[in-house]
Ligand binder design. Structure first.
Ligand code: NDP
Ligand code: 8X3
Length: 264
């Protein structure tokens, strides 16, 4: 029987690549995002291969998510894999200099939106049972701090812990949960993060070899197609050219730090 993929954030980047890869492999696909034109174009492209259902919605809106899931056509209800991929970073500057509204948007999308979609789809996944898979899109930013990551990285730390906790709740149902945490990958992510400034976005990838959306899609397909008895808890995947830096040490000769006093 054909399996069904439900993926959020299918209008670009990882989501669009994953929808294409799964469709090529014969899966029915439910694709969602806010930009309807892009969704319809992807549907037109893929519906020659497999059944495609589109859901134009903002995952921050729990009522819209619930209604769209309730209205899933019968032949798309047998969901095998949910990929909670939709998400974004904004405000790439120090926390003290960014707009509060951008921070709320990241929380409302990357945390609340992901919870909205998961809660609405859990009954379907539990009904599917053995082999059903939830892949939550985390990030290296959820594990490793860096300047300007503030709320974004914290939302991805939520994704990691939520994935682990959900696994505990789903014990015995056969439903698998993975936190997939990529490092730097070239998509529209940096255009969004830099408020539409394409040259700032290009500078992020200049002179290096980032992951591609296809690399991430292949990892998603690998996890979803594993035998039913295997659960991958977390995958952190980075380009070879990305590794950790040392602790940052603040040095300022004009303002020496006070020498700690020794307590007797
Ligand atoms: P893109 O910007 O290319 O894609 C983001 C997708 O999320 C779009 O399809 C967008 O669709 C959708 N989206 C954003 N906000 C909402 C919303 N409120 N409701 C519904 N859909 C929404 O970025 P990526 O493909 O790179 O990012 C996908 C995921 O991977 C994100 O969660 C991101 O945090 C994560 N990630 C990205 C990395 C990278 O370096 N690129 C690395 C690690 C993780 P639309 O605008 O049409 O709604
Ligand atoms: C996106 C990867 O390095 O911009 O989650 O935080 S990074």
């Amino acid at each position: 029987m054909k399996k069904t993929l439900f993926i959020t954030g299918a209008t670009s980047g990882f989501g669009a690549a994953t929808a294409r890869l799964f469709a090529r492999d014969g899966w029915s696909v439910v694709i969602s995002g806010r930009r309807d034109k892009r969704l319809q174009a992807l549907r037109d492209e893929l519906s020659f291969l497999v059944p495609v259902h589109t859901m134009t919605l903002d995952i921050q809106d729990s009522d819209a998510v619930r209604k769209a899931v309730d209205a899933l056509p019968q032949n798309f209800r047998n969901i095998h894999t949910l990929v909670n991929n939709a998400g974004l970073a904004l405000a790439p500057d120090a926390m003290q200099r960014v707009a509060l509204s951008d921070l709320h948007t990241m929380i409302n999308t990357n945390i609340t939106g992901l919870v909205n979609v998961t809660h609405a789809l859990l009954p379907h996944l539990i009904r599917t049972g053995a082999g059903a898979t939830i892949i939550n899109m985390g990030s290296t930013a959820g594990e490793w701090p860096y300047p300007g990551s503030h709320v974004y990285g914290a939302t991805k730390a939520f994704v990691k812990q939520f994935s682990y906790n959900l696994r505990s709740d789903l014990q015995g149902t056969g439903v698998r949960v993975t936190d997939l945490a990529p490092g730097i990958a070239e998509t529209e992510f940096s255009v969004v993060r830099n408020g539409g400034d394409r040259s700032a976005a290009e500078a992020v990838y200049e002179g290096t070899v980032p992951l591609t959306a296809w690399d991430v899609a292949e990892q998603i397909a690998h996890i979803a197609n594993l035998p039913d008895h295997i659960n991958i808890n977390r995958v952190e995947m980075v380009p070879v050219r990305q590794a950790w830096g040392p602790y940052a040490i603040h040095r300022d000769a004009t303002q020496p730090s006070p020498v700690p006093t020794q307590e007797a």
